[in-house]
Design a protein around this ligand. Structure first.
Ligand code: SF4
Length: 415
């Protein structure tokens, strides 16, 4: 991978033809929150004084710039408002961004347009206006149905408020997901079973269920360094993970990714595009994007990664001055892209298809340790489907035992 610390605009005319065809997503980062949660390492900033209209206009301006970097015009298959707290965005700005995106890229017929929201009554009401602006999926950060755990996580809402907010949002949105965090210190099998059962009883089509991790730079990280125990040890967390798999499966939700569970047809298309190593553009402070430039010969393909300035004020200033806030960009080779596809794709229940990797990247040498892969299959961590003609592995996925060891398996099989 080559890293470039300063960015000069790519010229589409210099790009090779024949870009690989994957889905195209657009990620819009709204960086503002009402307060900072102690576990959060997202690029989120507490602010009540920023100029909403200026940020909305700058997001449209940066979108135009990013679209011109792509080697082709392709309709968006997904649009995702993440943050920060997008449910604090004025709905008219959400509407403007959606129509600018439609004008700039075009929309695929079944485009998924998601907004993240916090479960307060005001934000739930605002979701009605988001719906009229074109949002068709909501991902709500409920985090727990236990008030004690919500207090520990520094959330502003109670379990009762979350339930009421969900009721409000369901009037408009069938495609609704909630996030829950588990494996906090002191959490037992019984308490997690109760919390998760309560979530499953709602009959939602999608749940994102994450174990608490302590990330550098967070308030929890500082507290942990003073010796405070904030999450369960690996063995207890693994027990809760197993319970999660069994309760969600019994409720008809498939674990299509390690932490994500959905009814058939309700998987998050935007996140699936990340895990399938598709193309996406990221706009807003601290947003990342990745897309392929393509080549007549897939092995010569290049994949660009962009990262914009993290500081909202710095990003806004850059966009207003130069039309974009890109701070650094990377250029990956076809071999790097093949490894990315393996790293991301193994998170999915369906795993990765080696033929697809070779179709997008060309036949690759030296990126995959096939002997180690065979060993991981023999150890019961990976499963594979073989091509009936050649006998070589075409589809590769993690077994239940492998899901607990993904990083170790990747270190084994990727060179
Ligand atoms: S509301 Fe979300 S983005 Fe904002 S600080 Fe809390 S976890 Fe982070």
């Amino acid at each position: 991978m080559r890293l470039h610390s300063c960015y000069s605009r790519f010229s589409p005319r210099q790009m090779p033809a024949n870009p690989p065809k994957t889905n195209l997503g657009l990620y819009v980062h709204w960086p503002f929150c009402r307060h900072k949660c102690p576990y959060c390492d997202f690029n989120s900033h507490v602010s009540t004084t920023h100029d909403n209209a200026a940020f909305g206009a700058a997001l449209c301006q940066e979108m135009t710039h990013m679209a011109a970097l792509l080697p082709d015009r392709r309709a968006l298959t997904s649009l995702f408002f993440g943050g920060g707290t997008p449910s604090l965005m004025p709905p008219n700005i959400v509407g403007k961004i959606i129509s600018h995106a439609e004008k700039t890229f075009g929309f695929a017929p079944a485009i998924e347009i998601t907004a993240e929201a916090n479960p307060t009554s005001i934000e739930a009401q605002v979701m009605t206006e988001f719906f009229h602006a074109g949002v068709n999926r909501v991902s709500m950060g409920v985090q727990s149905f236990d008030d004690e755990i919500l207090g520990f996580l520094g959330r502003e809402h109670t379990a009762a408020e979350a339930l009421s907010a969900l009721q409000t949002v369901r009037r408009h949105f069938d495609n609704l997901s909630i996030d829950l965090i588990y494996a906090t210190a002191g959490e037992t099998m019984a308490s997690w079973r109760k919390s998760l059962s309560q979530a499953l009883a709602l009959g939602l089509p999608h749940l994102s269920l994450y174990q608490l991790t302590i990330e550098p730079g967070t308030a929890f990280f500082t507290r942990q360094r003073t010796g405070e125990q904030l999450h369960l040890d690996d063995d207890h967390a693994a027990d809760l993970f197993e319970l999660t798999q069994s309760l969600t499966a019994d409720a008809g939700l498939t674990a299509y990714e390690i932490s994500n569970h959905a009814r058939p047809g309700a998987a998050c298309q935007h996140n699936l595009n990340y895990w399938n190593a598709g193309d996406w553009i990221g706009i807003g402070p601290g947003a990342h994007g990745r897309f392929c430039l393509g080549s007549e010969d897939p092995a010569g393909m290049q994949r660009v990664g962009t990262a914009t300035r993290r500081s909202p004020a710095g990003w806004l200033d850059a966009v207003q001055t130069t039309g974009h806030g890109i701070d650094t960009h990377t250029i990956d080779t076809a071999t790097d892209y093949a490894a990315e596809m393996m790293m991301m794709g193994l998170r999915l229940a369906d795993g990765v298809n080696i033929d697809r990797i070779e179709a997008l990247c060309g036949p690759q040498e030296g990126w995959l340790d096939r002997a180690a892969m065979t060993q991981a299959v023999a150890d019961g961590w990976l499963d594979s489907q073989k091509d009936s003609q050649t006998g070589s592995d075409t589809q590769l996925w993690l077994t239940a035992a492998g899901r607990l060891r993904l990083n170790h398996i990747l270190a084994m099989i990727l060179r």
